[in-house]
Structures are given as structure tokens and as C-alpha cells.
Design a protein around this ligand. Structure first.
Ligand code: GDP
Ligand code: MG
Length: 661
């Protein structure tokens, strides 16, 4: 690394590192960022200063810097009093946040060399330094035509180019150090002479348009000091150097050199980029002005800072992807996203906020929008999962509640409330501040889906309810039809239909009562009642058909016949005697049995009963009143007659048998 003086730090010999930031071939060093770290200045923000030195060659500049700041810049040996290298060296001042630049070979004009590097290094120093030490011999003071004055003219010109826009606000301190001060001319006189000369030089500098009347003090502050002869008065020299050093390290010193408005406003972390940019601009002979440079720097650095912050951001949000894609709901997603977003901005702000405010604000909006759009994906994903969960919850809740006695409308409302607040609470909790995010659409979709499920469930539940009613109806019909058919007689239909009417009415009332919990409309209720009537009637008809199946009906006829023919009035079995008119008995019994056929063949609705059973394409109420067709009736009577003949013969035979005995 560096060469030069060796210092003792904590008992360890350590060389204070220095860097040739611009080499003799006018190349800019790529090692500046590392040196900034090495010097411990990389993270110092605005909390650092920069001092450069100008002056003729071999005027003891490097010697002075080394003494003042503990640096180890090369000092020309006493014997070889000529130095031809050109370049700019940089080092940190010992125990201070100050960068020192030793500008070598700036006075080519004395030897008639080209002044190109002089101008370049002046531009570079002015663009970076808060304080410029102008080093000169006492005997050079007042030599207006001297090399120093030419150099100062260059400095002024360059300064106007760089800082015209910053007039009166940002300044540079020119600290004149008058070397080998003999003492016969007091400092005041020397400074007066120099001030006078500086004014004259300023007047000779051509001013840009609009700045014709600007004064030197708009851009510079001045300080003057003297140092005794280093070789003749070494002790005094050392004492004065120590005093001078105090102006650089003691903020309370009345001549403290680092005033805030001398700062070039380059954050330490962008210093290398800035220097490189300035030097590139100088080398390509392009117009150089600091506001543009600072904006370019800000763009470059803010981009870098944003990239680092955004990469960290991406790393942090990675954990959300898998759970959300697999349908999970992440607890605290909102606060987590907010926290990550804040941390990202904080990280960005920490370094970027020092840069050109317009650029910084623009980039900040950029990274803010970028983080938001990344997070929005998770917002939408979580909304989707919340919707799913809300629907599952709704379904489960409804299913669990539709048991036993329940009020369907209440079940649905409660479940809906639970599901919807699950969604909206969840959605609200992931709405990030300062975004235009909404969940209205998803919420509306969820509500629609719930409506759809409710409607379906309502239809099913209504069906279930009607089925239950029908079953209960069927059980009752079955019972009373069987009962009344057991003793068939003329008012049998009266009883059956009155009972039917009453049971149907009861069930209609039940239906209307239950329908209330389904929030059914009048129209729906009318339809349900109509269906119930039709179904009930069909059930009645079916029960009648079942009861009157051919064989069962024949049995009924036989029962009636036997009851009349084989049993007497007291219900005792008849024993036929020879005088008995079997034929008459038989005919009467058979006719009574046969009379049942027309009785059963048609349902007779009594006048007191009013039935409103609707007919349709498949069902005709009037037709349904006929149970046994004419043909059927005829068949049945033929079959029954044949069957009854057997009883007649049996009766006849029993009489013959008793008589023959
Ligand atoms: P630079 O070229 O301006 O950096 O000058 P140097 O620091 O390399 O010094 C050039 C020579 O001047 C060296 O031989 C030093 O010993 C000598 N020198 C340094 N300081 C002083 C001083 O205050 N007075 C005199 N007369 N000579 C000095
Ligand atoms: Mg030197």
C-alpha cells in the first residue's frame, strides 16, 4: 500500500495510507472506495471535509501538509530540488474526518510548461474542496505578475464556471499561508497587498453573462496567516504549525476553517463516484458545472442505493410467496408488509436522502411504487385466500346449523355475517397506507357467491321441508283411509274427504309457517301450496289404489258377502235348515257385496268439502275421481259372482247332508 512516514498507533507501527487519486498519466484511481473505507470515512455522510493545497513547486507544500495533518506526502529532498511528476495525492488527516489533497506540479508556467494540468487540477480541487491552502513565500507577495497570480486567475475562472449558480450561498475558503515570514512586514500589510492583488485579478477575469457585476466575496472567503522559516527557526515553525492545526480541528476556534457553506454537499458514500465523474468531465473538456454533476451523482448513487434496498426487500418478501400460492392466509401480513416496506424506505433514505433532493424524491417515489406493486401481488393473493376461507366458513356454518329446529333465514344471515366479516377484517388488515389498494371488487364477488350458495341451499331446504310435510301427510292419509275403508258405507267418502281437507289444511298452515323462515315470496308460497295440494291428492289416490288392488278388493267383497250370508244378525255362524230360503239369502248377500263396487268406483266429494286441486298436462283432477272403470267394475262383479257360487253350493250341500241323516 502506501509508503512514507511510519506512525505509532496503539503500540503498532502503522503507515497512514495515501492514494494517488490522479496519476502522472492523468488517470483516475479505481481504489478510492477502498481507501475511503480504510480511512473510516465511507459511512461518514456529510461529516467530513476536504482540504487541497495550491502553490509553486518546492515551496514546502507537502512539508506543511505532513506537519499539519500527520500525512506522509512525498517531500522533495534537499539535494534534488526538482520534481517533474504531476498528479494528485490524497490522504486522511490524522485523527480527523478531513481528506487532504496534495496537488503536485501545478506551476508549470514558471518553467514555461503547458498549463493544462494546472487548470485541470484547479477544477478538480475547486469542485471537491471546502478549503484551499494557497502556499507562497513572503517574497512572492506583491509580485502581481508572478506565477501564483496566474494560478489564482485560473482558480477564479474555474470557480466561476463551477459555481455561478451557487453565488453567495456556497463558497470556498482560500487560506493563504505565507512562508518564511521574516516579521518586518506585519501580516496586516501582507494581507492588504494580497487582497488588493486578488481584487485586480478578479477584475481581469471574464465573467459569464448576467454575472458581470459579481464580486469576489460572492464566491470566496479569505484567511491569511504566516509561518516562520522552517529551517532557520524550526522551533517557532513547529509552534505556529500547531496553532494553525487548531483551526482545522477545533470547531470552537474563532478561525475554524470548515464553515457549513464550504461543503460541496457530496455524501461520503458517493464521493468516489462524484470525483470520478468530475475528472471524466474535466478530461473530456466538457463544460463542468456542479449542479449538473451533483444531479448526475444523485441519480447514480440513488439508483445504487435503491437497488441494494430493493434487493434486500425482495429477499424479505420471498417468504410470503409459497404460503400464499398454496392458499394459506398469513397472519399479520399487513403489519409485516408495512414493516418491510418501511424498512426498505428507511434503508434507502439513510444514504439517499443526502443527495440532490429532487432526484432523491423522484427515486424514492420509484422504489416506493416498486415495493407497492410487488406487495400488491400478495395483497391480491391473500384476498383470494380470504374469499376461499370465507366461503368454506359460510358453508360449514350453514351445514352445521341446518339440523333439528332451525330458522333458515337466521342461519344464513348469521353465517353470512361471520363469513363476510372474516373477509373484510382480513382485507382491511392488509391494506397498506399510502396506496390506492381496494378490496371492493373481491368483497362484492364474495357476497355474490354467498348469495348463490344461499339461494341453492334455500331451494334444497325448502324441498326437504316439503318432503317432510308430505311424509307426515302420507302417514295420516294412510291411517284414515285404511280405517274408513274397513267399514265401507255411504258416508265413507264424506268422512275420508273431510278428513283429507282438514289434514291438508293443517299441513298448508305448517308449510306457510315454515316458509316464513325461508323468506319465501307470496308467489313462492302459492306455488308450494299448489304443489302440496297436488302431491297430497296423489298420495290419497295412491293409498286408495293400494287399498283397492284387485285381490284385496275381491276380499272386501267376500268379507261383506260372508258377513251377510254365513252369519246371522247376532254374528253367529248360520246353520242352514231345510226350510231356509237359501236362494233369497244368497241373492241378498251377493247384491249387498256387489253394491260395494259402485260405492268404491268413484270418489264422491261431499258438498261441504271444497277442494282446489289444480290440474295440469299430466294430471286431471276430474279423471282422478274415477277409481274403477266400467270394464273393471264388470270384471270384478263377474269374478266375485263366480267366487260366491261356491258358497251357495256349499250351503245347499250342508242342508242335504243334515236331511239325509
Ligand atoms: P513542495 O514541492 O511544495 O511540496 O515542497 P516540499 O515540501 O517537497 O519541499 C521542498 C523543499 O523545501 C524541501 O527541501 C524542504 O526541506 C524545503 N522546505 C520545506 N519547508 C520549508 C520552509 O518552511 N522554508 C524553507 N525555506 N524551506 C522549506
Ligand atoms: Mg510536494
Amino acid at each position: 500500500m502506501a509508503n512514507g512516514q511510519v506512525q505509532q498507533v496503539n503500540g503498532v507501527h502503522k503507515t497512514l495510507p495515501r492514494l494517488q487519486i490522479i496519476d502522472e498519466n492523468q488517470h483516475f484511481s479505481q481504489e478510492l472506495p477502498e481507501y475511503m473505507k480504510e480511512w473510516g470515512l465511507a459511512d461518514s455522510g456529510f461529516n467530513y471535509n476536504l482540504v487541497a493545497v495550491f502553490g509553486s513547486q518546492s515551496t514546502g507544500k507537502s512539508t506543511l501538509l505532513n506537519r499539519l495533518f500527520g500525512t506522509n506526502f512525498d517531500v522533495m529532498s534537499e539535494t534534488a530540488r526538482r520534481q517533474t511528476t504531476k498528479g494528485i495525492w490524497m490522504s486522511q488527516g490524522k485523527d480527523m474526518n478531513v481528506l487532504i489533497m496534495d496537488v503536485e506540479g501545478t506551476d508549470g508556467r514558471e518553467r514555461g510548461e503547458d498549463q493544462d494540468f494546472e487548470r485541470k487540477s484547479a477544477l478538480f480541487s475547486m469542485a471537491t474542496s471546502n478549503v484551499i491552502i494557497v502556499n507562497l513565500w513572503e517574497h512572492q507577495v506583491g509580485l502581481y505578475q508572478g506565477a501564483n497570480m496566474g494560478l489564482l486567475k485560473t482558480v477564479f475562472e474555474v470557480n466561476l464556471q463551477l459555481f455561478q449558480a451557487a453565488r453567495g450561498k456556497e463558497k470556498t475558503l482560500l487560506l493563504f499561508v505565507i512562508r518564511d515570514h521574516v516579521g518586518s512586514t506585519p501580516l496586516e500589510n501582507l494581507s492588504a497587498t494580497l487582497t488588493n492583488d486578488l481584487e485586480r485579478i478578479w477584475q481581469s477575469v471574464s465573467k459569464p453573462e448576467g454575472l458581470e457585476n459579481c464580486v469576489i466575496k460572492d464566491y470566496f472567503d479569505f484567511m491569511f496567516t504566516t509561518l516562520p522559516h522552517k529551517i532557520l527557526l524550526p522551533k517557532e515553525f513547529d509552534q505556529e504549525v500547531v496553532k494553525l492545526r487548531a483551526r482545522f480541528v477545533d470547531p470552537n476556534h474563532k478561525d475554524f476553517v470548515f464553515k457549513p457553506n464550504y461543503s460541496k454537499r457530496v455524501p461520503a458514500d458517493g464521493f468516489h463516484v462524484y470525483c470520478q465523474g468530475i475528472w471524466d468531465q474535466i478530461m473530456s473538456n466538457k463544460d463542468l458545472d456542479l449542479p449538473t454533476q451533483q444531479e448526475l451523482l444523485a441519480q447514480y448513487r440513488c439508483d445504487e442505493i435503491a437497488t441494494v434496498a430493493f434487493d434486500a426487500f425482495l429477499g424479505k418478501i420471498k417468504e410470503f410467496r409459497q404460503p400464499i400460492e398454496s392458499g394459506k392466509i398469513i397472519d399479520d401480513l399487513g403489519p409485516k408488509m408495512e414493516e418491510i416496506r418501511n424498512a426498505t424506505l428507511k434503508q434507502f433514505d439513510k444514504d439517499a436522502s443526502r443527495y440532490h433532493s429532487e432526484v432523491y424524491n423522484r427515486k424514492r417515489t420509484e422504489i416506493f411504487n416498486k415495493t407497492n406493486s410487488q406487495l400488491h401481488v400478495f395483497f391480491l393473493g391473500q384476498l383470494k385466500n380470504l374469499t376461499k376461507k370465507a366461503l368454506t366458513t359460510f358453508n360449514a356454518r350453514v351445514q352445521a346449523s341446518l339440523k333439528g329446529e332451525y330458522d333458515f333465514a337466521k342461519v344464513v344471515n348469521d353465517s353470512r355475517e361471520e363469513a363476510e366479516s372474516l373477509f373484510s377484517d382480513g382485507a382491511k388488515s392488509i391494506l397498506l397506507t399510502k396506496t390506492d389498494w381496494t378490496y371492493e371488487e373481491e368483497y362484492a364477488q364474495l357476497k355474490e357467491a354467498i348469495d348463490e350458495i344461499s339461494a341453492k341451499s334455500r331451494v334444497e331446504e325448502t324441498k326437504k321441508m316439503i318432503k317432510t310435510l308430505e311424509k307426515s301427510f302420507q302417514a295420516q292419509v294412510s291411517e284414515f283411509v285404511s280405517l274408513y275403508f274397513k267399514t265401507p258405507n255411504q258416508d265413507m267418502w264424506d268422512k275420508i274427504l273431510k278428513k283429507f281437507e282438514q289434514v291438508l289444511f293443517d299441513h298448508e298452515q305448517l308449510l306457510l309457517k315454515r316458509a316464513k323462515s325461508f323468506n319465501s315470496s307470496e308467489e313462492e308460497n302459492a306455488k308450494s301450496i299448489e304443489n302440496l295440494r297436488k302431491r297430497s291428492w296423489q298420495q290419497l289416490r295412491k293409498k286408495i289404489d293400494d287399498e283397492l288392488a284387485e285381490n284385496i278388493f275381491l276380499l272386501k267383497l267376500r268379507e261383506r258377502f260372508e258377513e251377510k250370508f254365513r252369519y246371522d244378525e247376532e254374528g253367529l255362524p248360520k246353520v242352514w235348515k231345510p226350510d231356509d230360503n237359501i236362494d233369497a239369502h244368497f241373492r241378498k248377500a251377493r247384491d249387498e257385496a256387489l253394491n260395494l263396487i259402485p260405492l268404491f268406483s268413484t270418489i264422491k266429494i261431499p258438498d261441504s268439502v271444497e277442494l282446489d286441486i289444480p290440474s295440469d298436462d299430466e294430471f286431471n283432477f276430474e279423471d282422478s275421481l274415477i277409481i274403477l272403470s266400467e270394464t273393471k267394475q264388470h270384471d270384478l262383479s263377474v269374478r266375485f259372482k263366480r267366487e260366491s257360487d261356491a258358497f251357495y253350493l256349499e250351503a245347499k250341500r250342508s242342508v242335504v247332508a243334515t236331511t239325509a241323516r
